[in-house]
Write a protein that binds this ligand. Structure first.
Ligand SMILES: [Zn+2]
Length: 389
């Protein structure tokens, strides 16, 4: 049944190519331009299947509760662009991306994660705007959802997940990418793999993908499979296959959260001249504009961070034991490593960082990195401080 349907579409495609030789005059429907090529599904298709056989919400998904996740269905508003991001029979990547995002949202909502989509319609959005939606909302995680394409190799069909820049730029991006990739591997079970599925976006563009470059929160971009592969293109039309992909991404995110999402908060100096804007929302300290004033007097020549391993707050058996890999702790200002003292009293982790005596007055970006026992890196490594004389 699927193949006969495909033949029909191929026939329509062939007809339209002939018809389009005089584009200004023909009125026939052109599947390359305007046909919604996904197989229709009821509005409650995903919601009614969340938790059913094959689409379980596992117990560990509870650790997604309250995690703020911004989903970005790639492209959109491009139906008028001839042959733009289309499969062999005209399936539009933008539509597949949107449906997978909408289905993924249903799973995440069932786990009580907080979720927004950058677009919920077939709208155009700039890449910068997509990243800004995540940052302005204060997302913990930003996932841009795509499907892949290649010219001249219709057999290609494998998963890649992209991170921005170099591996050391933001290690949490790699955590997110790794878990998403594993979820897709299990859900789609594509027979092909690429030997190193986590890819730097610098391989594609000198400055990487704009949507990742502009991201201010932990981010990754999935290319789940290839819509230029004729068989995969037809699978991507099916709501159940879209749901499978969404479920794989969901399981990846759930396992990531279950392994603990480490965070850090700058707790001293306090009561300084410039109050930190992020005191009400310490998780997103890197978005503070005014930063904190760190004056270089005797009482205030160091920074104190409270670290959260993402695990201890669960109060599980053994929670008072150290669950931070202390050798992974690093604090840098302008790329320069600063000395620190790590303290754990079984309840709180504190990190005391001495500011160098020659640090000039002005604004400085402080980067703090550490990993918890599951090798998850801190989500929010950037802090702005203002040194005053
Ligand atoms: Zn794309």
């Amino acid at each position: 049944m699927r193949s006969s349907h495909r033949l029909l579409i191929l026939a329509a495609f062939g007809f339209s190519v002939i018809g389009c030789r005089s584009p200004g005059t023909h009125t026939a429907i052109d599947p390359m331009v305007s046909v919604n090529t996904l197989i229709a599904a009821p509005d409650d298709y995903a919601r009614s299947r969340v938790g059913s056989a094959g689409f379980a919400v596992p117990p560990y998904a509870k650790f997604l509760k309250g995690v703020k996740i911004c989903l970005d269905p790639g492209h959109g508003g491009d139906a008028n662009k001839r042959a733009f991001k289309r499969g062999p029979t005209g399936v539009r990547e933008a539509e597949v991306n949107l449906r997978v995002a909408q289905y993924l949202k249903e799973f995440l909502a069932a786990a009580e994660a907080e979720v927004i989509l950058t677009r919920d319609e077939d709208d155009y959005l700039s890449n910068e705007d997509r990243a800004a939606i995540a940052g302005d909302w204060g997302a913990d995680l930003f996932v841009s959802l795509h499907h892949n394409a290649v010219d001249g190799n219709p057999k290609a069909n494998y998963t890649t997940v992209w991170y921005h820049g170099e591996v050391e730029d933001r290690p949490s991006n790699l955590d997110l990418a790794r878990y998403l990739c594993a979820g897709l591997y299990d859900a789609l079970a594509l027979p092909q793999i690429t030997d190193v599925p986590l890819k730097s976006d610098l391989l594609m563009y000198e400055t990487g993908f704009a949507v990742l470059r502009h991201a201010t929160v932990t981010a990754a971009l999935t290319e789940s499979s290839f819509f230029t592969n004729p068989d995969e293109e037809q699978r991507l039309r099916h709501p159940e296959y879209n749901l499978r992909e969404a479920h794989g991404l969901f399981i990846g995110l759930a396992k990531y959260a279950a392994a603990g999402l480490p965070r850090a908060t700058l707790i001293e100096p306090v009561g300084t001249k410039v109050a930190r804007q992020c005191e009400q929302d310490p998780v997103h300290a890197q978005e503070s504009e005014s930063g904190v004033a760190a004056s270089r007097d005797e009482t205030n020549s160091s920074l104190v961070f409270e670290l959260d391993d993402g695990l201890r707050k669960r109060r599980a058996w053994g929670h008072e034991r150290n669950m931070i890999l202390s050798d992974t702790i690093s604090v840098r200002v302008g790329g320069r490593m600063l000395p620190h003292i790590f303290e754990d009293d079984g309840d709180r982790y504190l990190l005391i960082v001495a500011l160098p005596a020659d640090l000039p007055a002005g604004d400085h970006a402080v980067e703090l990195q550490f990993q918890n026992m599951n090798k998850n890196s801190v989500l929010d490594p950037q802090f702005e401080i203002t040194v005053q004389w």
